[in-house]
Design a protein around this ligand. Structure first.
Ligand code: HEC
Length: 268
């Protein structure tokens, strides 16, 4: 085991850059956010990705939407509310288009985590390298085969790498952070002499989309919130049951304590 551990060491120290993921802060109690996320998911993702563990009417039930509302807002023509969220394009076609099939997203939030998903969805950027099939690349998933499907919303960002904090005036950095215009990514670089430095990368929208940058990030947060729900829909039910379990335990403790008093009352 030690040998195996040692064998991995050089790889770790050579790692060029450790990216700090952006925080998604999912909140499953926010029904409105989940509903907006569901809508984005259906409009922008289900054309390529399935979520075949999920049925439309279950989403309706969990998020407080009537079957009619689901039919009008979430369904493609021809689908029924009892249908699973299956993909519109056949796998073979997707393979020839993208080289890899778009994976099912039912449990992607459990596989990747909310922060990764959020960071992934907001860090597509323009890449003019002719080897890139859709003219874009991604910071957390380099060489990804997925196009920047939200470009009409976000616009097209450019990736500006490696501003060292010492080169950026700190008040300039604060101003950038406060304005919320650009997406700032913190990276920790390990240089070849072993010293560690921090770098700050920026994604700057150069061709505007229909959403403001802050508005776009909020929308992606809704989408990620929905993906987290999708990964474990029972969480919503569990929260509700959990509260009743706690109430039950509280009542039970009062009763048990009274019973205990009753039993021991005559002993002394
Ligand atoms: C035009 C088709 C298409 C659309 C639309 C699309 N994707 Fe993808 N997506 C892909 C392909 C292809 C991959 C596989 C990328 C790879 O492995 O290089 C992928 C990969 C992913 C992955 C990474 C999965 C993993 O862990 O390997 C996530 C997450 C994802 N997509 C989420 C989304 C979300 C959320 C949406 C909706 C906003 C969306 N996709 C819309 C084609 C698409």
């Amino acid at each position: 085991m030690l040998a195996a551990l040692l064998a991995t060491l050089p790889v770790v120290s050579m790692a060029v850059a450790e990216l700090e993921l952006l925080e998604a802060k999912p909140d499953l109690n926010d029904k409105a956010s989940l509903q907006r996320g569901a809508r984005l998911f259906v409009n922008f993702c289900v054309s390529c990705h399935s979520a075949s563990y999920m049925r439309y009417n279950r989403i309706g039930r969990d998020l407080g939407l009537s079957d009619n509302h689901v039919r009008e807002n979430l369904l493609f023509a021809g689908d029924k509310v009892v249908d699973k969220m299956d993909v519109a394009i056949p796998t073979g076609t997707a393979n020839t288009w993208f080289g890899v099939p778009p994976p099912d997203l039912s449990v992607i939030a459990r596989a990747r985590g909310a922060d990764w998903l959020y960071s992934y969805l907001v860090t597509f950027y323009k890449d003019d390298n002719p080897a890139r099939p859709f003219g874009v690349n991604n910071v957390v998933f380099p060489e990804v085969a997925m196009p920047h499907v939200l470009w009409s919303q976000q616009g097209i960002p450019e990736y500006v790498t490696g501003d060292r904090p010492e080169n950026v005036e700190s008040d300039q950095l604060h101003a950038l952070e406060a304005s919320g215009e650009d997406i700032l990514l913190h990276r920790h670089l390990v240089l070849s002499d072993g010293s560690a430095v921090e770098a700050i990368d920026r994604l700057k929208v150069v061709q505007a989309g229909i959403m403001e940058p802050g508005q776009f990030r909020k929308a992606v947060r809704d989408l990620v919130n929905f993906l987290v729900y999708l990964g474990e829909p029972a969480q919503l039910v569990r929260y509700k049951i959990g509260i009743w379990v706690l109430v039950f335990l509280a009542v039970l403790s009062v009763l048990s304590y009274s019973l205990y008093r009753e039993y021991w009352k005559d002993v002394h």
